[in-house]
Design a protein around this ligand. Structure first.
Ligand code: NAP
Length: 282
C-alpha cells in the first residue's frame, strides 16, 4: 500500500492529551467543563452516537448531561429545556442530536442555543463568523478534518482542495475553513457533471456524501490527501465513500472508515466545550 493511513483515533488521543492540561487548570478554579446533550426519540444510530459522546467526555474529565426525551416531545418542551440550559451557569456547551423527530423544527431549535454555548457551531452567528473570518465556534466535523489534514504535515496554502458534498454540517463550513487556510477550493454536489474531472485535480480530496464506494482509484490524483467522511451502514457494517483498497494505492495519505473522521468529530465537540468553559472563565 502506498498511502500513509491517518489514524483518527490516534490524532484524537493527542487532542485529549492537549486538552487535559486546560481541564486541570479549570478544575483548580472549581470549573468542570460541562456538555449538555438533548436527545429526542430512540433512533438507534442517534442513541449510539450520544452514548459514545457521553462516555468519551466523561473519560477525559468533562461533565456530560444527557436529556433523553420521548419521540413525541412537544417542541415547546425542547425550547424550554434549551432556555434553562442557556441560563445555567455550570453548563458550557449545548448540543441537540440530529435528526430531530419530524414534527420538530430543527432550525428554530438550533437558533435558540446562545452562540457562546453552541458547541456544534451551527448557530447563524457562528456560521456568520466563519464566513467573515472572525473567531467563533467551528463545526466539529470540519474542524476535525482540518486537524487530520494538519497531521500529514503538508501545507494547505496554494493546494487545490476538492470537497464532494455541500451540507451545512460538513461540506460548506469545510470549504470556508480550507479557503481561510489559502487553499483553492472546489465544491461538488449531486448536480456536478463529471465528478471525476474535478476529483482528479485535487491535492486534497474530501468526500462527504454518504454513498458507499463513490470515489474510485481512477478518480484520484497521485499523491493526494484523501479524507473520507462518508458513513454508510450496509448489512451491519460501516462503509466510507472512498474505495480504500484502490485509493490507498494512489494517494499519499488516506483516512479509514471507521477510525478516521468519526473520532475527530467527538474530540472537537469536547474541545469546543472546553474552550467555551475557558471563555466563560475569563
Ligand atoms: P447530506 O446532508 O446528505 O449531504 C450530502 C451531500 O452529498 C449533498 O451536498 C449532496 O448534494 C451530495 N451528493 C449526494 N450524492 C452525490 C453524488 N452522487 N455526487 C456528488 N455529490 C453528491 O450529508 P452530510 O450530513 O453532509 O453527511 C455526509 C456523509 O458524512 C454521511 O455519510 C454522514 O453519515 C457522514 N458524516 C460523518 C460524520 C462523522 O463524524 N464521521 C459527521 C457528519 C457526517 P446536494 O447538495 O446536491 O443534494
Amino acid at each position: 500500500m502506498r498511502a500513509t493511513v491517518i489514524n483518527g483515533r490516534d490524532v484524537a488521543k493527542k487532542q485529549y492529551a492537549k486538552m487535559s492540561e486546560t481541564i486541570f487548570e479549570l478544575k483548580k478554579k472549581n470549573i468542570t467543563p460541562c456538555l449538555a446533550i438533548i436527545l429526542a426519540g430512540d433512533d438507534p444510530a442517534s442513541v449510539g452516537y450520544v452514548s459514545l459522546k457521553e462516555r468519551t467526555a466523561k473519560s477525559v474529565g468533562v461533565d456530560c448531561r444527557v436529556f433523553r426525551l420521548p419521540a413525541d416531545v412537544p417542541q415547546c418542551e425542547i425550547e424550554g429545556l434549551i432556555d434553562s440550559l442557556n441560563k445555567s451557569d455550570d453548563v458550557h456547551g449545548i448540543m441537540v442530536q440530529l435528526p430531530l423527530p419530524a414534527h420538530i423544527d430543527a432550525n428554530i431549535v438550533l437558533e435558540l442555543i446562545i452562540p457562546e454555548k453552541d458547541v456544534d457551531g451551527f448557530h447563524l452567528v457562528n456560521s456568520g463568523k466563519l464566513t467573515n473570518r472572525m473567531t467563533g465556534i467551528t463545526p466539529c466535523t470540519p474542524r476535525g478534518i482540518m486537524e487530520l489534514i494538519a497531521e500529514t504535515g503538508c501545507a494547505i496554502a496554494g493546494k487545490h482542495a476538492v470537497i464532494v458534498g455541500r451540507s451545512m454540517v460538513v461540506g460548506t463550513p469545510l470549504a470556508l475553513l480550507l479557503l481561510n487556510a489559502d487553499a483553492t477550493v472546489t465544491v461538488c454536489h449531486s448536480k456536478t457533471v463529471d465528478l471525476a474531472s474535478y476529483t482528479h485535480t485535487a491535492d486534497i480530496l474530501v468526500s462527504a456524501v454518504g454513498c458507499k464506494g463513490l470515489i474510485r482509484g481512477d478518480m484520484v490524483k497521485e499523491g493526494a490527501i484523501v479524507v473520507d467522511v462518508g458513513n454508510t451502514r450496509v448489512d451491519g457494517k460501516v462503509w466510507g465513500d472512498v474505495r480504500f483498497d484502490e485509493v490507498s494505492e494512489i494517494a499519499d495519505f488516506i483516512t479509514p472508515v471507521p477510525g478516521g473522521v468519526g473520532p475527530m468529530t467527538i474530540a472537537m465537540l469536547i474541545k469546543n466545550t472546553v474552550e467555551a468553559a475557558c471563555d466563560k472563565a475569563q
